[in-house]
Design a protein around this ligand. Structure first.
Ligand code: SF4
Length: 384
């Protein structure tokens, strides 16, 4: 992958990179990410393969944001993390003031690992707290104990000050009181950023199978909406900006890397199952661990799927993701990025959505109203 000679806009040439580390101590019941649980004997070979994939860049590509996700990147030992980070920064050096995020689980963050992360310039930690209630964590089949969350935050903050917490709502049996308590306990840790995700039952996961067998009951839509509105009210009252449907940040602490996805801009992706979007082409790497390793170590491309969307499809996709942002879609910027007029892409669904109070339109651009956010997926579907 060689950088073109001319300076390309951020929707064509990446200023962001995602790197996937699939290893986890155990497989949580709701998870359908590309993971490798209990397969630690492959970690060193995986790092060999990942380094081989990075060398396909041919020359180092400075980036403004780096995101190490998984899996659980901090499942690696301190020495393995050091190996990973030095390879990454050789090929994807971070510009000064760049954002370098890592996803972690509370039970994996030892002092020596945090020291390695901080020494290599990681400056943002996203912690998978999910819940502060032991019974909810058990339903989600998470491995950590609620008491580990505060300890992990405290340990991280000694070296890295930008901390985000992930929380899940809509867990079977979850009450509004429990969720209110989760939010309060998260806020007590003074996070810079919070992501609140509604639980989804992905086909084939253990949780989905348990629901199929009637062993767990999903919350109904009204109950979920109650929990979502509770999150918005509580977090906004605590000074957080609700800057994306599922994401809240203190001023200046929005996740710059994820904003690249919601702008539909380009990004590199490395590792098993990783996605990338470069020069208008979407690609996905092999999702099988051994297959990915074998391909990379035999100088073959790990790309499993590749498609170049027609410009009209790219414009529709841009509209769908940009609408997730609090600032919505700016007509002039949309035209510049996609070559299409927003009103043509949204066709005649725009005006009815405004009339029904789901969108606001101030002439410059459109954005979801609060009511629109509750049914964001349906609004986006109507516009497409
Ligand atoms: S720790 Fe995260 S990535 Fe790993 S199995 Fe659990 S939810 Fe999936």
């Amino acid at each position: 992958m060689t950088k073109p000679e001319e300076e390309l806009p951020p929707w064509l040439w990446p200023r962001a990179a995602y790197v996937h580390i699939p290893f986890c101590a155990h497989h949580c019941g709701y998870c359908d990410f590309a993971i490798a649980a209990g397969r630690d004997e492959f970690i060193e070979r995986y790092l060999d393969a990942l380094t081989a994939e990075l060398t396909t860049l041919h020359e180092s590509q400075p980036v403004q944001t780096l995101f190490l996700g998984g899996g659980t990147p901090t499942h690696l030992s301190a020495a393995q993390l050091e190996r990973l980070l030095s390879a990454l920064l050789r090929w994807l050096p971070l510009v000064p003031e760049g954002e370098f995020s890592i996803e972690c689980n509370p039970d994996t963050l030892t002092t020596d690992k945090i020291a390695v992360l901080a020494d290599y310039g990681v400056n943002r930690v996203s912690l998978g707290a999910q819940s502060f209630h032991a019974d909810m964590l058990q339903t989600l089949d998470r491995a950590h104990d609620p008491t580990e969350i505060a300890r992990a935050v405290e340990r991280v903050r000694r070296r890295i000050d930008n901390v985000s917490l992930d929380l899940i709502f809509g867990v079977p049996g979850q009450t509004a009181a429990q969720w209110r308590d989760d939010l309060a306990r998260a806020l007590a840790l003074k996070p810079d950023h919070l992501s609140t995700y509604g639980l989804t039952y992905e086909k084939g996961t253990p949780l989905w199978k348990r629901r199929q067998r009637g062993l767990v009951r999903a919350l109904d839509e009204d109950a979920e909406l109650t929990l979502y509105t509770l999150a918005i009210d509580t977090l906004e009252a605590a000074g957080f900006e609700h800057y994306e449907i599922s994401n809240f940040a203190q001023p200046g602490r929005q996740c710059r890397h994820n904003r690249v996805y919601w702008a539909n801009e380009a990004y590199f992706g490395f590792g098993m199952g990783a996605a990338r979007y470069v020069l208008g082409r979407r690609e996905l790497n092999a999702r099988d661990l051994q297959h990915y390793i074998k391909l990379c170590l035999s100088d073959k491309s790990p790309t499993w799927q590749s498609e170049e969307l027609p410009s009209w499809e790219r414009a529709r996709e841009t509209m769908a993701v940009q609408l997730r942002r609090a600032e919505g879609i700016d007509r002039a910027a949309f035209l510049r990025q996609t070559g299409f007029d927003l009103d043509t892409v949204a066709s005649n669904a725009l005006a009815p959505c405004v009339e029904q109070g789901l969108l606001t339109d101030d002439g410059r651009g459109i954005r979801l109203t609060r009511r629109g956010k509750y049914v964001a997926d349906a609004v986006i579907e109507r516009l497409l």
